[in-house]
Design a protein around this ligand. Structure first.
Ligand code: NAD
Ligand code: TYD
Length: 348
């Protein structure tokens, strides 16, 4: 049986990756390694927690002793590394936490994999999941390719850029069999409601102002989270060692247009008069260093490995809004903080 450690598996994207791997690969043992920070929520994985090929390990990637114990115990052939501090606004107020987790944590993980795998590397793979934000900010034209120079501008993107460099350094220096991907903004179920789309859905639900930073003209490319999980699956299994693949939704939206779209979808789902949620839109002070536009050229991944996004934005946004309305308990637990008791109840 092959063992794969997925770090950050209790988070937004990680939980979709864990679910996909646990159900699609019953012959794999999937170890979810997660510290359960504020962003880690095991309620995301209720449906797979009793699967025979799933295990959870509460551990900190910045703790080399814990990593050593976990690698000794499970002898993994693969690592899919998603654990990170992931919110740009938090990185502006507390950058050190981002250096610790995203940079130091990644280096400890690389070191541990190297130590345990030694020279026996033929069936091993270290997959580092990263972001398009490392490439900086685009003007009205152009797309990020895998050749675009790194130009991170927020403490979050700087920490992810640093982690990407360390992963490539372990490939070149120690021949660790790595693969990387840089993905655009994800959306879908289980997204923590500090990020734009779930925050807007929740505020419409509770009739609160909808904060739009600056002039609302910043552009993001939005990818359905399960399409990202599918890309991670194909890159983990078929991506060439040492390579980087860009992942994108081909789905650019100005923030204001996106917020208005969510308003219209929510009015429809909640049976409110058309246009009523738009009146909640409030322009607020811009994020410092706010990147203007991200857009991805994912043709390498599409041509080489045959992946493509499957969900059209209209359908995905509606499906997301519906999920939050049908899972109010999940949302209430996150907002009240009670989701953090779930580990104690379930595992101790
Ligand atoms: P998230 O914040 O929802 O989840 C992060 C997870 O990592 C949480 O479960 C948290 O408990 C865990 N974690 C944090 N610090 C840890 C530590 N020290 N040790 C162990 N676990 C720890 O993040 P996400 O949005 O799911 O993003 C996952 C990955 O994908 C990140 O590496 C992020 O940079 C990358 N990414 C995210 C997006 C996006 O749109 N969300 C886009 C591209 C890439
Ligand atoms: P976010 O979801 O934080 O993702 P990222 O900063 O990683 O792209 O934000 C998406 C966009 O929405 C970004 O341009 C910032 C903007 N934004 C708002 O206008 N209001 C908000 O309340 C938030 C959280 C984000």
């Amino acid at each position: 049986m092959k063992t794969v450690i997925i770090t950050g598996g209790a988070g937004f994207i990680g939980s979709h990756v864990v679910r996909l791997f646990v159900s699609k690969y019953p012959q794999y043992r999937i170890v979810n390694l997660d510290l359960l920070t504020y962003a880690g929520n095991l309620e995301n994985l209720r449906d797979v927690e009793n699967a025979p090929n799933y295990l959870f390990e509460k551990a900190d990637i910045t703790d080399p002793v814990a990593l050593d114990r976990i690698f000794s115990q499970y002898q993994p052939q693969g690592v899919i590394h998603l654990a990170a501090e992931s919110h740009v606004d938090r990185s502006i107020s507390n950058p050190v936490a981002f250096v610790e987790t995203n940079v130091l944590g990644t280096v400890h993980l690389l070191n541990t994999a190297r130590k345990h795998w030694g020279n026996d590397l033929s069936d091993k793979r270290f997959y580092h999941v990263s972001t398009d934000e490392v490439y900086g900010s685009l003007g009205d034209e152009g797309l990020f390719t895998e050749e675009t120079s790194y130009d991170p501008r927020s403490p979050y993107s700087a920490s992810k850029a640093a982690s990407d460099h360390f992963v490539r350094a372990w490939y070149h220096t120690y021949h660790l069999p790595v693969v990387l991907s840089n993905c655009s903004n994800n959306y879908g179920p289980n997204h923590f409601p500090e990020k734009l789309i779930p925050l807007i859905i929740n505020n419409i639900r509770t009739n609160k102002p909808l904060p739009v930073y600056g002039d609302g003209q910043n552009v993001r490319d939005w990818l359905w989270v399960k399409d990202h999980a599918a890309a991670i699956d194909v890159i983990f299994h078929k991506g060439r060692v040492g390579e980087t693949y860009n992942i994108g939704g081909n789905n650019e939206w100005k923030n204001l247009d996106l917020v208005q779209q969510m308003c219209d979808i929510m009015d429809d789902l909640l049976g409110r008069p058309a246009g009523s949620s738009r009146s909640l839109i409030t322009f607020v002070k811009d994020r410092p260093g706010h990147d203007r536009r991200y857009a991805i050229d994912s043709s390498k991944l599409q041509n080489e490995l045959g992946w493509a996004p499957t969900v059209k934005s209209g359908e995905g946004f509606r499906e997301t809004a519906r999920w939050y309305l049908e899972n109010e308990k999940w949302l209430e637990h996150v907002i009240s903080g009670t989701y953090q008791q779930y580990y104690a109840e379930q595992y101790q």
